[in-house]
Design a protein around this ligand. Structure first.
Ligand code: SAH
Ligand code: SF4
Length: 428
């Protein structure tokens, strides 16, 4: 979502004369768009600010510096105090105010901090037209979260669940399509909880929205992320089975395999529920590949609990994944739970889990050798005649072909597979 938000910040700033540059050092204005989800991501902000301060002092005294995103939301005042180099702090729901904030900074009417939570006001004020970078684009349809998993800062930094109206999403998708975008990924923290007014005045679900976006000429591929197992309803599963423009790849995190840990995490479902859900989805769409998120070392996780996460991965089977050591986040219930797991044990568990997940990913990629896959060509490779694109399962795919194919969807016969990417040749 930060990728999407950064693009939207560029859209907001373009009418007042700003354009992105390749290196931060060349910029008149640097915006750090930050992530608060794990401690490591949040820590990076201060080290990066130190580097920017040095550059500003030595080379670019007029440079302005803004911190945006979820670290700004969570620690705005602290950032202002600890890093005087920062001129502006803005949370994820206030970046439409950037022009106003920049004007204030130039008038030197003091530092500027904007951390309100009016998601719909933001979307109402963002320009409808987008300037997409390529042929595949993110489109935020929902923001925030009401689930309050006990490890997670999202409900505090992004705010409550809010869905954008169907008409606004369709207008943005049309703008993208008119500029050559072929693939749209509908994004949100909890995207399958989507519910907002449709053209008939009724509240529409994600399934209905997907089918509506699929009618837009030029849009040939649709994805959505991230889903919560609790909100995976039968209507959405039906659409997964019925909508050919929807790619056969679903990110559906479970986080942990033990019911005790799922309960402590406040995920509000059991492993059995997840397993049955996956069975239904696979019945609706047999070619679907799954991806998931996993956390190891949540407070109270014993060896036996962790083995249940391993067993879950063995049983379900994932084509790709994201896995993390539990990171204590200030203000979340998890932070004050007893039986925090020592760092060394977390590292050991993560290594074992990732060995298994990466093996599954490589095996899945190898299973595609000999198959013909549709690939959206995103660009040319390093050498003449090489092309690069994405398969339906999101792997980067390399093959030879003429540069005119960039932006098109072509059939590629897969001949080789690494853990992260595929190699092939254009289908005859
Ligand atoms: N809404 C999505 C996840 C959004 S956050 C869902 O419920 O699945 C993306 C991922 O970051 C989460 O799925 C989780 O695996 C990871 N994550 C979030 N908070 C974390 C924490 N405190 N420590 C480690 N990983 C975390
Ligand atoms: Fe965080 Fe996702 Fe849980 Fe919401 S559902 S609190 S975003 S992990």
């Amino acid at each position: 979502m930060n990728v999407y938000d950064s693009e939207r910040m560029a859209d907001v700033l373009s009418p007042i004369g700003y354009a992105p540059v390749d290196k931060p050092d060349d910029a008149d204005l640097v915006i750090l768009n930050t992530c608060h989800i794990r401690e490591k991501a949040a820590d990076k902000v201060y080290s990066e600010l130190g580097r920017i301060r040095q550059h500003k002092e030595h080379n670019k005294p007029d440079m302005k510096v803004a911190v945006a995103g979820c670290v700004a939301q969570a620690e705005g005042a602290e950032i202002m105090r600890r890093a005087p180099v920062v001129d502006m702090v803005l949370g994820p729901q206030t970046y439409h105010k950037l022009p106003e904030m920049i004007a204030k900074v130039h008038r030197q009417t003091g530092d500027v901090l904007e951390v309100d939570f009016d998601t719909l006001e933001k979307f109402d004020q963002l320009p409808e037209a987008r300037k997409p970078k390529g042929f595949s684009s993110f489109l935020t349809i929902q923001e925030g979260c009401d689930k309050f998993c006990t490890f997670c800062v999202v409900p505090y930094t992004r705010g409550a669940e809010v869905s954008r109206p169907v008409s606004q999403i369709v207008a943005e998708a049309r703008s993208l399509a008119s500029q050559g975008v072929r693939e749209i990924t509908l994004i949100g923290q909890n995207v399958n909880a989507y519910s907002a007014e449709g053209p008939d005045g009724r509240d529409w679900s994600l399934g209905e929205l997907i089918q509506h976006v699929a009618l837009i000429g030029g849009i040939d591929r649709i994805r959505f992320t991230t889903s919560h197992p609790r909100d995976m309803d039968d209507e959405l599963i039906r659409v997964i089975g019925a909508e050919p423009k929807l790619m056969p790849y679903l990110h559906l995190p479970i986080q942990a395999g033990s019911d005790k840990i799922l309960r402590a995490m406040n995920r509000d479902h059991t492993y059995e529920h997840y397993k049955q859900l996956i069975a239904k989805i696979r019945a609706a769409r047999p070619d679907i590949a799954l991806s998931g998120d996993f956390i190891v070392g949540f407070p109270g996780e014993t060896d036996a609990d962790f083995e249940q996460t391993m067993a879950c991965v063995e049983e379900i089977g994932y084509g790709s994944s994201f896995s993390f050591k539990y990171s204590t986040r200030p203000g979340t219930p998890g932070a004050s739970m007893p039986r925090q797991v020592p760092e060394a044990i977390k590292s050991e568990r993560l290594k074992r889990l990732q060995d298994l997940l990466y093996t599954q990913q490589h095996d899945f990629n190898k299973s595609l050798i000999g198959r013909t896959l549709s690939v959206l060509v995103e660009g040319t490779g390093r050498e003449d005649g090489q092309l690069f694109g994405r398969s339906p399962y999101l792997q980067g795919t390399h093959f030879d072909g003429p540069a005119e194919l960039v932006g098109q969807i072509v059939n590629v016969v897969i001949t080789d597979a690494g853990r992260n990417s595929l190699v092939g040749h254009l289908a005859p």
